[in-house]
Design a protein around this ligand. Structure first.
Ligand SMILES: [Mg+2]
Length: 269
């Protein structure tokens, strides 16, 4: 692996939201404010890369006063900083959802997901308000589910949906049914559009659906969570694991990176 010390090269920050920049339960970003302010001082605005829908991310940006491009639905699509759709990597949910439900019926599998639930139920499952749950329902590429069946049947389900060109990806709360795309691929697509010298990549995440993002970055921050011990990104020249969860961990991770950068000790690929 090629490793270099990062100097004054520009960099981009891609971040997961739930359990990373946002508290898992309250969705607050408050504890990350010092690091966000320091990044802003350096002219860097975090690019949200979340399983959330485009409308939800636009709302999160508005609430935090952030204007930036973003990646929605686990890497399914990329939007620019004006909130305009740029590209999609995913098969539309409407093209496969019926087949998945037919499969569930045929094999008598037990799972339920966003398309089965009224907004009230989504609000109950996520702690979102009823209005925000409505925004979470507006999915174009992913179907978040709760698996209520055996592990053996989950493997059976996974192999069956492969024939539909679908897969599953585990997030903090739900398992996502979707086609073959991930946050890492969407991040690299965005990086390739940047002018030379290409910015190096810092990524932060806490769950298995962030692994592709962390692995494709130069510098990865694994935010502590119930699932973070299983995350072992191999690609980055620098991997930082926080001892604190959520936005406080996010704040700490960014602080550590900026200290390394300022003392010319930050290794990048
Ligand atoms: Mg998360």
């Amino acid at each position: 692996m090629n490793q270099n010390v990062a100097k004054s090269a520009p960099f981009l920050v891609f971040t997961d939201l739930d359990g990373s920049l946002m508290e898992h339960e309250s969705y607050s970003m408050e504890a990350a404010k010092p690091a966000l302010a320091e990044l802003a001082r350096r002219g860097v605005t975090p690019i949200f890369a979340s399983s959330k829908t485009a409308v939800e991310i636009l709302e999160a940006q508005r609430a935090s006063g952030i204007t930036a491009p973003f990646i929605c639905e686990n890497g399914a699509a990329v939007y620019n900083s004006s909130g305009q759709f740029l590209t999609a990597f995913g098969l539309p949910r409407t093209s496969w959802l019926l087949a998945v439900h037919q499969l569930r019926k045929r094999l008598s599998l037990r799972f339920t997901g966003f398309s089965d639930w009224p907004a009230e139920k989504i609000a109950e499952q996520t702690g979102l308000s009823r209005a925000d749950a409505g925004k979470a329902q507006r999915r174009e590429f992913t179907e978040p589910i709760l698996w209520q069946d055996t592990k053996v049947n989950f493997q059976l389900f996974k192999s069956e949906i492969q024939r539909l060109s679908l897969t599953t990806l585990e997030g903090g709360r739900f398992i996502s049914i979707q086609s073959q795309f991930d946050k890492g691929k969407a991040m690299k697509w965005w990086q390739a559009r940047q002018s030379q010298p290409r910015p190096f990549l810092i990524a932060l995440g806490d769950s298995p659906n962030d692994l592709s993002l962390l692995a494709a970055a130069d510098v990865a921050v694994v935010i502590k969570s119930g699932k973070s011990n299983d995350l072992d990104p191999q690609g980055p020249a620098t991997v930082i694991r926080t001892s604190i969860a959520g936005p406080a961990g996010w704040n700490d991770g960014i602080r550590q990176i900026l200290n390394l950068l300022d003392s010319q000790q930050l290794l990048i690929n």
